[in-house]
Design a binder for this molecule. Structure first.
Ligand code: TEU
Ligand code: CA
Length: 550
């Protein structure tokens, strides 16, 4: 079995992880100083968000030099030391590769916009200026995706910010340029890549196709062949437009493409279909269960899933689909339980393992994210009231999860002694690593246990390879499933809501493996309290439990 099928990945947003030189910005030396804490948690891969040279219009996702480390994060020597120190602790590094676009400060783009005859001009996507916009295409960050370049009298394409011009992958030197970057980092000893918005690279502007262009899979296969294939790397593609069928192609067990992708189907469930993420909808648990079931069944022995609730673009899961007030600890553990017993590779976003919550930014001045600013400007122009805009920001804004990591209860959560680049969530006084370490009731210790189950325990093969079966499919509050492997079955029962669920039936042959309340008990049927989750071991298959809702 591929090693990454039993791996657990930890995502670091370097700007907010740990600051070593008190300039208020997290950095590589800061990460090195905290590797022992990651070792303690038990993860074995770090996905490092971009640390390359960048003017930071989109916090590093606008790369001006793929071969340079941004000065605010350190030096290439620091990076080499990070790779080395991580490896010493059996932790591998996964780099974030932005291959769909560069920064407008990248040497390729600077040349391209200075002269139509530049050899770099075909590296980007241009349309002649005819006095009107080439099309009505909107960028993901709103407003037109076309920006005029006066020097050549052309529009260039940017699917994200103006400072993030899209590369033209149909031009062979572009592809080669990116493959060179990957090989450079492979040679440095990194062990994986996360590919930013990879489903957009094969856009076909003559036919107005942006995502999933006809040459997408040929390009990914070519990239794999010329770089990471047969190198035993872990690779994951970020694909907002994925379906289970597409995921099969991307994660084909023949290794011709990626190890896995991020499928966002579950993440899209609490927004109005066809509208923007800011147009909020409550989560329908039945739909969530169906979405996971489709992925678990669909990729079984046909591909591989990633398992995630969070990342640097998403709100904190405990605030989103849990309860970040009186049941914060219980619901954070429950949500983790749902995910970590499924088949796939779990990703933990920094702070998730502490049950960190969304930050409620009161002032517009405290926001930092370009996506939020663009949305606010657009919606104010359209006449939306500020309170409704702020509600969307508090629910879905990307800054929610980008606040500094909570190391301890000292000023600025122990992240820096300077002034952090973005405000700290004031609840660091009670929610922090130091307070949770060694405390058996803490969210941190619970995550540690979950990671141990997958990576070390005797259930590790079952978790990696067992079948998946949803049970209580139609229950509106209970997310329950069974995993079976070689005659052993484990049953995962998670109460997603605030009210109790009573389950009656055959528990006498079951053994309690794990629960998120310290006094869970299964001897006389079972009453699942708010957000309670339990994991049971039974040696007979199909021990389906009857239930009734209270
Ligand atoms: O995100 C891709 C992307 O589409 C997001 O912008 C997403 O739609 C949005 O954040 C949902 O809130 C990737 C990176 O993860 C993101 O940080 C970058 O801003 C973006 O690409 C551009 O590189
Ligand atoms: Ca710093």
């Amino acid at each position: 079995m591929e090693w990454w099928k039993k791996a657990v990945v930890y995502q670091i947003y370097p700007r907010s992880f740990m600051d070593s030189n008190q300039d208020g910005i997290g950095d590589i030396k800061g990460i090195i100083s905290k590797l022992d804490d990651l070792k303690y948690l038990g993860i074995n891969v770090i996905w490092l968000c971009p640390v390359y040279a960048s003017p930071n219009e989109d916090n590093g996702y606008d790369i001006s030099d793929y071969y340079e480390i941004s000065k605010e994060y350190g030096s290439m020597q620091d990076m080499e030391e990070l790779i080395f120190e991580a490896k010493k602790r059996d932790i591998y590094l996964m780099m974030d590769i932005v291959a769909n676009h560069t920064s407008k400060e990248h040497m390729w783009f600077k040349n391209a916009v200075s002269d139509v005859n530049s050899p770099y001009h075909p590296y980007y996507v241009f349309k002649k200026n005819t006095g009107v916009l080439p099309s009505n295409l909107q960028s993901v960050f709103l407003d037109s995706a076309w920006e005029l370049n006066l020097k050549t009298d052309e529009y260039y394409l940017h699917m994200f910010a103006k400072g993030q011009p899209d590369l033209n992958w149909h031009h062979e030197p572009v592809r080669k340029g990116i493959y060179d970057v990957l090989n450079f980092w492979i040679d440095k000893g990194i062990k994986g890549f996360r590919f930013d918005v990879i489903d957009l690279i094969a856009k076909d502007m003559d036919h107005e196709i942006i995502g999933d262009g006809p040459l997408l899979h040929p390009y990914i296969k070519e990239m794999a062949n010329k770089t990471f294939r047969n190198k035993d790397l872990i690779t994951v593609g970020e694909t907002w437009g994925a379906t289970v069928e597409k995921a099969k192609m991307y994660s084909n067990p023949d290794h011709s493409e990626f190890s896995m992708i991020f499928n966002f189907a579950h993440i899209l469930l609490d927004q109005v279909e066809g509208k923007e993420k800011w147009d909020l909808l409550p989560l329908d648990l039945i739909k969530l269960k169906k979405t996971f079931n489709d992925q678990q069944q669909g990729l079984y022995e046909a591909g591989w899933n990633s398992l995630f609730w969070n990342n640097h673009d998403l709100p904190r899961i405990v605030s989103r689909w849990g309860n970040d007030q009186e049941y914060r600890v219980e619901s954070a553990k429950m949500l983790a339980t749902v995910l970590h017993f499924m088949q796939g590779t779990p990703y933990i976003y920094q702070g998730e393992e502490l049950g960190m919550t969304n930050m409620k930014f009161e002032h517009l001045d405290d926001l930092r994210d370009i996506e939020s600013f663009n949305m606010i400007n657009q919606r104010l122009k359209l006449g939306y009231a500020l309170p409704s805009i702020m509600k969307s920001i508090h629910t879905k804004g990307r800054d929610n999860a980008r606040t500094p990591y909570h190391w301890n209860n000292q000023e600025y959560a122990g992240f820096t002694e300077g002034e952090p680049w973005i405000k700290c969530n004031p609840n660091y006084a009670s929610i922090n690593l130091e307070a949770q370490k060694g405390n058996p009731e803490s969210v941190l210790e619970y995550y540690k246990t979950l990671i141990w189950f997958r990576r070390e325990s005797i259930y590790s093969d079952l978790i990696a390879s067992g079948t998946f079966k949803l049970i209580h499919d139609d229950h509106p509050d209970l997310f329950a499933y069974q995993r079976s492997y070689q005659g052993t079955t484990i049953t995962v029962l998670c109460n997603f809501h605030n009210s109790s669920i009573s389950l009656t039936g055959l528990f006498k042959d079951e053994k309690l493996l794990l629960s998120n309340y310290s006094d869970s008990n299964i001897t006389h049927g079972l009453n699942l309290r708010p957000y309670e989750s339990i994991v049971l071991l039974s040696n007979q298959q199909n021990n389906v439990i009857e239930n009734q809702k209270k």
